[in-house]
Design a protein around this ligand. Structure first.
Ligand code: PLP
Length: 386
């Protein structure tokens, strides 16, 4: 086994795609410690700085003391705690849906809900830049999956027209794309879904907390008409801007009931610990009561863009994710190391996470970043990229 796997690793290495785990020794908001050095983290999805917020930590501690460190069983056996149901009601209220259902992570949600809803005889139309968990969900479903060019509504329409499934048509997309930071044209997509009687599965992982008046995501940002909501399945995660862990699928109450009965990644797994659910509840409460963290995040996004656009080519940000495309795998890794030497942690993203030839630095901003951190990283990038 050792020599066979070592050979496989060598092949990965020779393509410049070798990955290794980076040990973080301490976390103080956006400051992390690696190899004894403090770095400003520009690679986190904790966009609002809630993961280290005292109120979330306090809520997690109190719920852990009350309910225990683990839930002890799956939801359908004896793990369905009051706090899970309360969090699901909070999410549904916030998202303005009839109901929601928790999953143990975004990955679980996508590989559970998509195969529960779509199957043989159905057709799924999937955006070319969809996240691996969405791709895996489509594969597991055994529905026929067709990929449309990223955000290309003409391409989507021709596939919708051409598809003559025995069953149903599904459109699967991210709200904010995780490696490019751009948004799906959701209004146009829903109009197409309406015309061709398709259901839309929307992954709000990077839109939650970032877009919409109360941070409820792209649906809130665009003020999606109620008539479309009966064909909309809204998935989102609790582990990114919400600073906790887990995920949800929100929609009509029949959707929740159906997933409880059919989604294998919901049925056959231990329920989330109470502390995690309590932290997520507190995060939603903060978001709904106080727009300040989201405002600070957008101030930081705009500030970075203003400093950066004069010195190297980047598009106007549509989210907290800013891709700086370098091209080759090793060049992107080298750029990341140079930034680290200067005190900034920005991971290089390489294939297969992104298409070949588009290896990049994926810079993310947070409400917790200070002005001088943003100035410093923009200055360092400018020096390196010019
Ligand atoms: C991060 C992410 C997921 C997975 O969510 P986890 O809770 O981290 O498992 C799913 N979809 C998208 C678009 C993501 O970026």
């Amino acid at each position: 086994m050792k020599s066979e796997l070592a050979g496989a690793l060598k092949r990965i290495s020779s393509q410049g795609r070798y990955r290794c785990l980076q040990e973080i020794e301490a976390v103080r908001g956006p400051i992390i410690q690696i190899d004894g050095r403090e770095l400003v983290n520009f690679s986190s999805n904790d966009y609002l700085g809630l993961a280290t917020h005292p109120k979330l930590i306090e809520a997690a501690q109190a719920a852990t003391a009350e309910w225990g460190a683990g839930s002890g069983a799956s939801r359908l056996i004896s793990g369905n705690l009051e706090i899970h149901e309360a969090l699901e009601r909070d999410i549904a209220n916030w998202k303005r849906t009839e109901s929601s259902l928790l999953f143990n992570s975004g990955y679980h949600a996508n590989i559970g809900a998509i195969p529960a809803l779509a199957g043989e005889g159905d057709v799924i139309l999937s955006d070319a830049l969809n996240h691996a968990s969405l791709i895996d969900g489509c594969r597991l479903s055994r529905a026929e999956t067709r990929v449309f060019a990223h955000n290309d509504m003409d391409a989507l329409e021709s596939l919708l027209k051409a598809a003559q499934p025995q069953g149903r048509r599904f459109i699967v997309t991210e709200a904010v794309f995780s490696m490019d930071g751009d948004r799906a044209p959701l209004n146009d997509m829903l109009a197409l879904a309406d015309r061709y009687d398709a259901w839309v599965y929307l992954d709000e992982a990077h839109a939650v907390g970032v877009l919409g008046k109360t941070g409820a995501g792209l649906v809130e940002e665009f003020g999606i008409a109620a008539k479309f909501c009966n064909r909309l399945i809204q998935m989102g995660t609790l582990g990114k801007a919400l600073g906790s862990f887990g995920a949800y699928v929100a929609g009509p109450s029949e959707l929740r009931e159906f997933l409880v009965n059919t989604a294998r990644s919901f049925i056959f797994t231990t329920a989330l610990p109470a502390g995690v659910a309590a932290a997520a509840r507190r995060a939603i409460e903060i978001l709904r009561a106080d727009p300040e963290p989201q405002h600070r995040l957008w101030e930081n996004i705009r500030y970075f863009y203003q400093l950066a656009r004069a010195s190297f080519p980047i598009g106007e940000p549509q989210s907290a994710i800013i891709p700086i495309v370098i091209g080759g795998e090793s060049e992107a890794v080298r750029a990341s190391l140079r930034l680290r030497e200067a005190g900034y942690f920005i991971q290089a993203i390489r294939p297969p996470t992104v298409p070949a030839g588009t290896s990049r630095l994926r810079l993310t901003l947070s409400a917790g970043h200070q002005k001088n951190d943003i100035e410093g990283v923009a200055r360092t990038l400018k020096r390196y990229l010019q």
